[in-house]
Each structure stands twice: as C-alpha cells, then as structure tokens.
Design a protein around this ligand. Structure first.
Ligand code: F6P
Length: 358
C-alpha cells in the first residue's frame, strides 16, 4: 500500500504530531508513505512530493507548524490563475491532480485540514479519490468532533495574554480589549476569557450591544474596580454590521479582524475611561502544542491510518469522547460548530458575573 499525507489551510499546533503518528502507524503496517507539500500544490506540480520515513518524522511531535508546509490558496477545484491583464480566473485543476496521484502510485490520501480542506477532500472523494480526513482548526468550529487539536494550545496562549493584560490594566485603571481568533465561532474567546477571568466576552453567537458592555464596565467602576478586560472574537459583529473585513489574496477566504480597535474606541467614547486594544493574531497558531493537543493529534494520526486500512473513504476521524471514531465528511460539513448559548460554560460565565454584552 502506498499512501500520501497532506496538510491544508491555516496551520495549527499538533499538525506534526498527526503526521508523525500517521507515518509511524503506516510504516508498522509495511506501507509506503509520501508527503505532499503545501496542501495539494505538490500534486499540481507547484511543489514537491517527498517520501516520509521514520527519519523524516523523528522528533517533530512537539513542534508547531507543519513539516509539509501548508497554504490556504490552493483549492484545486478553483485554482487562481493570473491573466495577462493582472486579473485572476479560477480554474479546475483536479483532473491533473488525479492523474499525478495515479502516476505516483498513491492509493489513498490522508488529508489534514479545516472546513475548507475537508470540503475539497469530499469533492475529491466524489471524483473517485480514496480520501480519509483529519479535522484541524484552532477555532474548534468543525462539527462532528468534540474538539480539534490546536484549540487547547490557542486557548492557553490567549489565557496567558489575558493574565498579562490584567496587571497592566490594573496599574493604569484602563480597559484592555483583546481580539482573539475565531472567524465564525467564539470558542477561543469564551474558553480563554473564562479561564483568564475576563470581565466581558463578545462572540459571534451572542448579539451584543456596546452600551451593555459600557454599563457593565461602569458598574464595576462604581464598585471601585477601575479596570476591565474585554475579550472579543475576531468574527464578533459590531452593532449589526455584516463583519469587519480585511484584505485577502486571490483564492483566499475573506479575512476578518480589527473589531477590538473599534470596540475599544466605542468604550472610551461612552465611559470616558482610557482604553487600549490589541490583536493576539497568529501567536495563537504558533508554538509547541500542549500535552492535550499532542495526545489528540497522535490519536487522530493513528486513527486515520486505521480508517485507511478499513477502507473508510470519504470519512474523517473525530473525537466523540471517549472514543475516536470515523464519520462521513459530509456530516461534519453540514454546519459550522457554534458556541451553544445553553452550554454550561456560558452559564457558568454568567453566574460568575462575566458580561456577554447582551
Ligand atoms: O481558521 C483559523 C484561523 O485562525 C481564523 O480564526 C482566522 O480568521 C484565520 O485562520 C486567519 O488565517 P490566515 O491569516 O492564515 O489567512
């Protein structure tokens, strides 16, 4: 058996641990493993396809990033091709991709990615490729799995940032607004905000009003608590707007961000308190995976090889506590996983006085 592994979309701490576990468990079965560089680019002749041996994956489980590299611009069904006039048209290059895979003797593909990469995997499966998916996102917004590797690391990074903001906010009697990742779902904001003792948490799933956030801050102020920490998910909508968009390159999803600055300015205007904002950004995607993420990633990698052995094509591995299972990719793609407002963590946050601005 000759299998290939690819990593696509934004990176997440734990990718290397998945690669290592998938390679080691495949080698145990006597299979050959290839690594496709930069998402599907290696299969489009835009990057390399390399052999993966036990030497290639030695000592990588604790490293962030991905030894196979990644891209969020390589959708082979809508590949952006530059025209003579500088504009881009999207071209379907999947016939070429399938031919290249066949010529390399690839019998199955383990593809590690978020919703975008999993949607591509599903379409390749429908086109006849033998694909097994591994869900990956720091945002924790893929359905069908209790959580994804990378999320715990991102929450830990954000929580540590909130801890540090506390001391400076307190020293200056300031309001600090921290923007964390989560373009569609507020899991990172919710988990890090509760763990880090934020005073307000603004997420896309809960309609919030800036006046309510200001009231909460002024109530604290009247009680002698002169500082406050507000955590806002990058995808949290500002007062009924469709979202704060940033620039993106051809073939890339639209970018969100910048909401913290607007929230900070609005709070300063309505409370008169001095406010500062910061965007934690890609620090959340970098660095060593936590122990939890390494273990989950390792379990996913081993389960992906098992799914290949069992012919679970078009399936992805998932954590359905306490088991790792294989579910149809289409099930996971049905909807983005969202914070459930009735979840115990939301209710606990409210019980301990955290405002959601609603
Ligand atoms: O999907 C994960 C994520 O971290 C989002 O929260 C964020 O909007 C996006 O990636 C940013 O990705 P990039 O800067 O790589 O385009």
């Amino acid at each position: 058996m000759r299998i290939a592994i690819s990593t696509g979309g934004g990176d997440a701490p734990g990718l290397n641990a998945v690669i290592r576990a998938a390679v080691m468990s495949a080698l145990q079965r006597g299979w050959h493993v290839l690594g496709i560089k930069r998402g599907y680019m290696g299969l489009l002749g835009e990057d390399e396809v390399i052999p993966l041996t036990s030497d290639s994956v030695r000592g990588i489980a604790h490293l962030g990033g991905t030894i196979l590299r990644t891209t969020n611009r390589g959708n082979p069904f809508a590949y952006p091709v530059k025209q003579a006039d500088g504009s881009f048209v999207e071209v379907d290059r999947t016939d070429e991709l399938m031919d290249n895979a066949r010529n390399l003797g690839i019998e199955a593909l383990i593809t590690i990615g978020g919703d975008g990469s999993l949607a591509i995997a599903q379409k390749l499966f429908e086109k006849g490729m033998r694909v097994v998916g591994v869900p990956k996102t720091i945002d924790n917004d893929v359905s069908g799995t209790v959580t994804t590797f990378g999320f715990d690391t991102a929450v830990t990074t954000a929580m540590e940032a909130i801890d540090k903001l506390h001391t400076t906010a307190q020293s200056h009697d300031r309001v600090m607004v921290l923007e964390v990742m989560g373009r569609d779902s507020g899991f990172i904001a919710l988990h890090s905000g509760v763990a880090g003792n934020a005073h307000a948490i603004l997420i896309p799933e809960i309609n919030w009003e800036i006046e309510k956030v200001c009231q909460h801050i002024m109530t604290r102020d009247a009680q002698g608590k002169k500082f406050a920490i507000v955590v806002v998910a990058e995808g949290a909508r500002f007062e009924g707007e469709v979202g704060v968009m940033g620039a993106s390159l051809p073939g890339q999803a639209v970018r969100v961000g910048g909401v913290a600055d607007r929230v900070a300015k609005a709070i300063q205007a309505c409370t008169g308190k001095e406010c500062r904002s910061m965007v934690l950004g890609h620090l959340q995607r970098g660095g060593m995976p936590t122990g939890y993420d390494r273990l989950l990633a390792t379990r996913f990698g081993g389960a992906a090889t098992e799914a290949v052995a069992n012919g679970k094509w078009g399936h992805m591995v998932a954590l359905q506590t306490p088991h790792i299972v294989a579910i149809p990719i289409v099930e996971a793609l049905r909807e983005h996983k969202k914070v459930d407002q009735t979840h115990d963590l939301v209710r606990t946050a409210r019980k301990i006085g955290i405002s959601f601005g609603d």
